[in-house]
Design a protein around this ligand. Structure first.
Ligand code: C5P
Length: 233
């Protein structure tokens, strides 16, 4: 059994709404509720730690969901600080070699099958595993005036998604090392890579989108509404 860590302490500045993006509604529920719902519905997930902003007025106060514990802690200034805070808030009984899954609160369209395949890969690979999707579009490098300076080869280039799954102690060591080195990592795998390790890429659904813009929210609304109509949630 594994725990999930959900960083949800971001202010959503880039999105530009009045409330942090993880609390925006899609298909009638906050994005974070969709994320927690899928995680806690899964048989391999025993509980969740959610990292919140200090004095978060939007958090609905869940302490259980689907009969499993929802623990909260105060996050930090960067996403990686929030993940570290969530790691420290894990119940003491969680073994150092237990798998933990880190999932962004603003990714509401996660599917159970992706959790299963990621979890299996993380058990099989000591360096951990992440959900990811191959890049489909042609990549252009821009110059300072937004003219194309060159086309980048896209072979072997993947987009990192979440969840990302690692042994508890490895993730702690990786994030604390990055912090001590003054490096702001943008995902958990980057911290592990900095230790010279090579987490496994597990191809995940491309519609596991992170809501960053209003266009993303419209897409999330469409995906979630049609998912619930099909009842394949
Ligand atoms: O801003 P970004 O889209 O990278 O955020 C990804 C996730 O990390 C979001 O769920 C956000 O709430 C969370 N986060 C956090 N603490 C921060 C910044 C972001 O928990 N300081």
């Amino acid at each position: 059994m594994s725990w999930a860590l959900v960083p949800a302490a971001g202010s959503g500045r880039r999105y530009g709404a009045d409330i942090p993006k993880q609390y925006l509604l899609a298909a009638g529920k906050p994005l974070i509720e969709h994320a927690l719902d899928v995680l806690l519905s899964h048989a391999v997930i025993e509980g969740v730690v959610v990292a919140l902003a200090a004095d978060d007025p939007h958090w609905p106060g869940w302490s259980t969901m689907h009969g499993k514990p929802v623990v909260t802690c105060i996050g930090g200034g960067e996403r990686a600080d929030s993940v570290l805070a969530a790691l420290r808030a894990l119940p003491t009984g969680v073994a150092t070699d237990a798998i933990v899954l880190v999932h962004d609160a603003a990714r509401p369209n996660l599917h159970a099958d992706d959790i299963s395949r990621l979890h299996a890969a993380a058990l099989a690979h000591v360096d951990g595993a992440i959900l990811a999707a191959p890049v489909r579009d042609t990549l252009k490098r821009a110059d300072a005036e937004s003219n194309i300076s060159m086309t980048e080869p896209r072979d072997g280039i993947w987009r990192a998604l979440t969840p990302q799954a690692f042994r508890r102690e490895l993730l702690r060591r990786a994030l604390e090392t990055a912090r001590a080195d003054g490096v702001v990592v943008t995902d958990d795998a980057q911290a592990v890579e900095r230790l010279g390790l090579h987490p496994r890429l597990v191809e995940g659904r491309e519609d596991n989108l992170k809501v960053t813009t209003p266009a993303d929210l419209a897409l999330a609304e469409f995906l979630l509404a049609s998912r619930f109509l099909r009842k394949d949630a």
